[in-house]
Each structure stands twice: as C-alpha cells, then as structure tokens.
Design a protein around this ligand. Structure first.
Ligand code: CMC
Length: 427
C-alpha cells in the first residue's frame, strides 16, 4: 500500500499522485492541478479552518470525539490533580515536567518578574474607572513592548525565554492593578513569598491587613483552573498569536493580539456571557423557555458547544468538581441551580444531542470566579492569564520550526473584474 492519494481531475482527465505525510496532504501539492499552463492551480478552500492544519506541533494533543486533552502527553486530569500551574508552564515551555530543584528555580525565576515598571502603573491609572478589564489588559500587555526593546530579538532562544518569563510573571499584576483601578483602590505590590495564585489573590484583595493569606482551597482551585486553561492547541487566539508572531513581531504585541482574539464571546469571552445569561434567566422555572429560544435560533446557549469537542469537554468535568469545593468555602452561588437545570434540560433535548452540544469549560467557571469575588468583567482576564503560557509555548515552537513561514492565506476572489473609474463618478 503506498502512502499517496490518487486524484483524477475530470475537467482534463489528468491523474495526480499526492504524497500523504502523517495522514495529511500538503495543500501546496494541489497547485499542480491545473486546467492549462496559465492557470494558478487548485487551492483548498476552508473558511474558519474547519479542516486545515496550519502547523506541526508537539505541545497539546486534543481528541475531540473522545473528550481527551493532554499537554505534552500528560492527561489534563492528572496534571490538574498532581501538578501546579507554574510546573505546567515549565512543561509547556520545555517539554518535560520539572524535578524538585528545577521547579523551585523556575518559581523563583518567574517571581523575579512580577513587578511592573512604575510608569506602566501610572499609565494604567489613566484608564477610566469603568474601563473593561480586557481592554486594559490588552493595552497594557502591548505597552510592555515599549519597555523591553530587547524583545525584538525574536530569533534568540534565550531572549525569547526571558520575555516569556516576564509575561508569565507580570500578567497577574496587570490584571489585579486593572481591578484595583476600577475600584479606586491602591495598588498592591507583589509578595514573592506567596504562590503564583496566592500572590494574585493578594494583589486583588488585600486591604489594610499587613499580610494577605488566601484561603488554601480557593488558592488551589484557581491554580487548577489556570492549569485547565493553559493551552488548547490551535484555537482562535493561539492561531492569532502564531499569525502575528509569524511577521516576527515581538511577543508583547503578539500576546496582546492573541488576547484580543480571546476577548470575543465565542471564545474566552464566553465565561462572562454565561454569567450574563444565567442572570438573565434568573430562576429555574425560566430555563425551559430560554432553551426554546435557543432552539429557535434566537439565542445561543453560552458555555455550550465546541468546535473540536463533540463529546463532553474534559475541562468542564473538572471545573464542576472544583465548583463544589469552592462553594463549601464561599457558600453556594444561587445561579448554580439555574446552570444545572439548563445542563439537564439541554442534555436531554434532541436539538442539542443531535448537534453534539455539551457544556464547555466556560459553563461553570464563571460561577466559581463570582463566588471567589471576581467581578464578571474580569472573567476573561482570568482566562487570558493562564492562556498566555500556551500562546508563548506555541510562539517559541513556531520560531524554531524549520517550516517557519509568514502566515499569508490565499482567497477565493469572486468580486468584479477590472473596471475603470469614471472621470465624473462624483456627479
Ligand atoms: N447554542 C445553540 N446552538 C448552538 C450552539 C449553542 N451554544 N453552538 C452551536 N449551535 C448550533 C448551531 O446553531 C448549528 O446549528 P445548525 O447546524 O442547525 O445550523 C450547529 O450547532 C453547529 O454550530 P457551529 O456554529 O457551526 O459550530 P462551531 O464549531 O462553528 O462553533 C462555538 C463553536 C463554540 C463557537 C459555538 O458552539 C458557540 O457559539 N458556543 C457558545 C459560545 C461558547 O460557549 N464559546 C466557548 C467555547 S469553549 C472556550 C474556548 O476554548 O474558547
């Protein structure tokens, strides 16, 4: 059996043998299929990239139909149970989990980068009190580019790792400063004696107490949520990261662009949209009517459905377990009853079953964030902080890829042919 695909072009009667590599064909191979010499050749057409692999990657393995998600081969369930977010970042960047020494060196390295330049802080103070935290996050991450001109040296692996550590260290600081600014509260400087998420909660919530110690259950819950959100292969924002970085733009502006892609309600903005939806529904008895409106095409059930998972999203299962642990500490979020009723009705309904629509990672995460005291507008930032790790791991992989190319898709042009601008067209 040969690893080729035979194609017959019935327009010309010609036959072609296309090589199959790793189960795929190279779209460029299709260019040899022409109706005459002047023909550009055939392209594959794939709006929304439903069936196009745009890179070879060794970071995240996702089997949508089986509900499997692995980072560097390790199942997400095991990482969520046994690892920490910072160790997972190390894994994503380096391909292996750290040993004890590497883990503590890594933690120390990241915590060396948690401070923001005072001018960044002042710049953030210029945003209005009601500025959306994602707008603040995106703008501030982009502004870091102006403070670290060495980041432009994207071809140097050491410089790349330095910028990556800066970003992992600084994103929680940016997020918490944005929150403090929105409340008119003084900024809290990082405390490097605390864990990554412990310090984040400290910068968010410390008031006049000399030291802020987060509840260990909440600190761990946030750490696990960060693990679950760290990477998800070639999704919309990661593809944006690769697209932007393929022009050799520096990682700060590239991450800002990726975060902008995350902001939309079809992607990372869904956790905020879910909470809005649950508040709008309000009580369990209104759920059936809301589901009816979704089925009629008037609305989408936010936190439901996924481009790749056509089975349960494995992250959603873990998030649901975390919700129970968090609510034991914070008290039950009353909207959980609405969410559970929504899930129950939708999972039994033929419309959702037929389309393989299941709860995704965003369905329950917002309820946890709300119970932990995060304002709803900050939810997508809580997605962006951990996903920064995935964006950076994918960026570093891209920069070392022997097949590196600037991203430049083709189009299927169906607009008008050449025409001439009339001299008097303004008349
Ligand atoms: N509620 C109701 N109907 C839906 C939903 C939904 N949430 N999602 C998809 N459908 C229907 C859609 O109307 C279509 O029906 P039909 O075949 O009759 O036209 C069918 O299911 C297929 O939908 P699609 O839009 O072709 O699917 P997609 O793969 O392009 O979209 C999605 C994936 C996640 C954008 C979509 O499911 C959605 O909008 N979900 C709600 C937003 C959401 O929760 N997003 C977070 C995704 S997970 C976090 C992340 O990684 O970003």
């Amino acid at each position: 059996m040969s690893d080729t695909l035979s194609i017959k072009d019935n327009r010309t009667g010609k036959e072609y043998e296309i090589e199959i590599v790793d189960g795929n064909i190279s779209a460029s191979q299709l260019r040899q299929i022409k109706i005459n010499e002047g023909d550009f050749g055939m392209m594959s057409y794939d709006p929304g990239y439903l069936n196009t692999a745009n890179c070879t990657s060794r970071i995240t393995d996702l089997h949508g139909s089986e509900g499997i998600l692995r980072y560097r081969g390790y199942p997400i369930e095991q990482l969520a149970e046994k690892s920490t977010f910072l160790d997972v970042v190390y894994l994503l960047f380096n391909g292996e989990l750290p040993n004890a020494q590497q883990s503590s060196d890594w933690e120390e390295r990241i915590t060396h980068h948690t401070m923001l330049h005072e001018k960044t802080k002042r710049m953030m103070g210029g945003f209005n009190y009601d500025a959306h935290p994602m707008g603040v996050f995106i703008s501030t991450v982009a502004a870091l580019s102006t403070f670290y001109p060495d980041a432009k040296d994207v071809n140097d692996p050491e410089t790349r790792m330095l910028q990556a550590c800066r970003l992992i260290g600084k994103t929680p600081t940016i997020a918490s400063y944005a929150y403090r600014n929105s409340r008119g509260l003084p900024y809290i400087y990082p405390d490097n004696e605390l864990s990554y998420t412990g310090n984040f909660l400290n910068m968010m919530y410390r008031m006049v107490e000399p030291r802020y110690q987060a509840h260990p259950v909440l600190e761990r819950a946030l750490d696990v949520l960060f693990i679950l959100h760290a990477d998800h292969e070639q999704n919309c924002s990661t593809s944006a990261m690769r697209n932007i970085a393929s022009s050799k733009a520096d990682p700060f502006v590239s991450v800002a662009g990726a975060a902008a892609a995350l902001y939309g309600p079809s992607h990372g903005g869904a956790n905020e949209a879910v909470l809005n939806m649950l508040r709008e529904i309000g009580t369990k008895d209104k759920v059936a009517d809301y589901v009816k409106r979704c089925k009629g095409g008037e609305l989408r059930l936010m936190g439901f459905g996924h481009r790749v998972y056509k089975n349960y999203d494995p992250r959603a299962r873990i998030v649901k377990e975390i919700a129970d642990e968090v609510f034991e500490v914070t008290g039950r979020n009353p909207l959980i009853d609405v969410a559970m009723e929504l899930e129950r009705i939708a999972l039994e309904d033929e419309y959702f079953v037929k389309r393989n629509l299941y709860p995704n990672v965003d369905f329950y995460s917002g309820l946890i964030y709300e119970a932990m005291g995060f304002p709803m507008e900050a939810f997508t930032v809580l997605f962006a902080i951990p996903r920064t790790a995935g964006w950076l791991a994918q960026w570093m992989e891209l920069m070392d890829d022997p097949e590196f190319r600037i991203t430049r898709p083709r189009q299927n042009y169906q607009g008008s042919g050449e025409r001439h601008v009339p001299d008097n067209y303004r008349r």
